[in-house]
Ligand binder design. Structure first.
Ligand code: ATP
Ligand code: MG
Length: 362
């Protein structure tokens, strides 16, 4: 994988709604980390990929967006969409999903991590800290197929799954590399080879093949149904979990949900080669119902910043953000917590508390 060098070139794209409120907090924290660890971030702000831009230009992006964004190491994204003004199929397909395709962001990465002070749905979950790696470009999500015998008793629909050797191997390589970089060095693969009899056995075969290159990584395979059960019954036993587009999609909501922190989670759409920029964003949406009030919770955006710094090669700074979030949420002072967390703090005040924590002398 390509090595990024400071100054890191980052395109800041706040998008819509609370994106415009949480992204500035994220930017401030990136700058605090840069100051503390002695690297530089070169930030450029863009107003496209938003419904405001769409209303002015009748399109979500400028014509030269590929050229403009290709110059960056990473895209720091807020949220897009405001269905009362612009239908989601226009705002989403005209921005995020185009980025994903054009920039070949074939990895979707999401953490499942317990956050101090944030209760989850489980009684004794133990310490949850794992990553979900989802294949992001092929698999079950194709537009290949069709319908025949329209409107008759014999009506029939078919939708194909596409799995390529290159496509499977590149997602597995990312997942194995990630597992190898972690202390537990454990990789769990989601399969369903007992029911899906052609593509899933092929997936399993590629896992077995790839594992030969990583003798120090412990590999286990579970059928998706029992794996979902294990996510609930023993979430603390996972380290890195890899799945196809569909299985990864399911697991990447279930994982954060069992920690209780789905609303605080972030997501990376990653091109690991570094040839194209990767995008980091909070999992939550633009939340038009609370925009403009400075009450949105910025933690998801900060998690996105942490993931981005890890991707760029600043793991210490990335860990620092997580530690600061845990410290502030863990002590649970109402004047440092936003309303959704039971406090009275504004977006900015929670951001201030995290920044102080990061810059505090050790
Ligand atoms: P998406 O746009 O991802 O499809 P959505 O539009 O269904 O999702 P969100 O925009 O995430 O949902 O909002 C869902 C609910 O959660 C809203 O009531 C919103 O106010 C709340 N919410 C979302 N993000 C935050 C946040 N960062 N802080 C506080 N509340 C939030
Ligand atoms: Mg939304």
């Amino acid at each position: 994988a390509l090595r990024f060098k400071s100054p890191y070139k980052i395109a800041v794209i706040p998008g819509d709604g609370i994106g415009k409120e949480v992204v500035p907090v994220g930017v401030r924290i990136l700058q605090a980390c840069a100051k503390k660890y002695g690297f530089e971030v070169q930030l450029e702000h863009f107003d496209f990929a938003s419904c405001d831009y769409y209303e002015r230009h009748a399109k979500m992006l400028p014509d030269d967006w590929v050229e403009v964004l290709s110059r960056f190491d990473a895209l720091f994204f807020g949220a897009v969409g405001d269905p009362k003004r612009v239908p989601d199929h226009i705002s989403l397909w005209g921005s995020l999903l185009l980025f994903r395709r054009q920039f070949d962001q074939y990895v979707n990465l999401r953490p499942a991590r317990s956050v101090a002070g944030v209760p989850g749905p489980l009684r004794n979950p133990g310490k949850i800290d794992f990553w979900i790696v989802r294949e992001n470009t092929e698999g079950e999500y194709t537009e290949l197929g069709g319908k025949i015998f329209h409107g008759t008793q014999r009506e029939m629909v078919v939708q194909e799954t596409v799995m390529t050797r290159v496509g499977i191997d590149r997602i597995l390589e990312y997942a194995f590399d990630l597992a190898q970089s972690r202390p537990a060095k454990q990789l769990t693969s989601a399969t369903k080879s007992n029911g899906i009899s052609i593509t899933m056995p092929y997936w399993d075969q590629r896992v077995a093949e790839m594992s030969k290159r990583y003798p120090d990584v412990k590999v286990e395979s579970y059928h998706i149904d029992i794996l979902c059960a294990h996510f609930v019954q023993k979430p603390s036993s996972f380290d890195v979990v890899v799945g196809s587009n569909l299985f990864g999609d399911i697991l990447s909501d279930l994982g954060p949900a069992v920690t209780g922190s789905l609303g605080l989670a972030a997501s990376g759409n990653i091109n690991p080669t570094g040839k194209w920029p990767s995008l980091f964003e909070p999992v939550h949406g633009s939340a038009p119902d609370i925009m403009g009030q400075n009450i949105a919770n910025p933690i998801g955006q900060l998690e996105a910043g942490s993931m981005m710094l890890r991707h760029l090669g600043q793991p210490q700074a990335a860990d620092d953000i997580i530690l600061a979030v845990n410290a502030v949420l863990g002590r649970g002072k109402p004047d440092e917590l936003t309303r959704d967390l039971g406090g009275q703090a504004s977006t900015t005040q929670l951001g201030d508390a995290i920044e102080r924590e990061i810059l505090a002398p050790a």
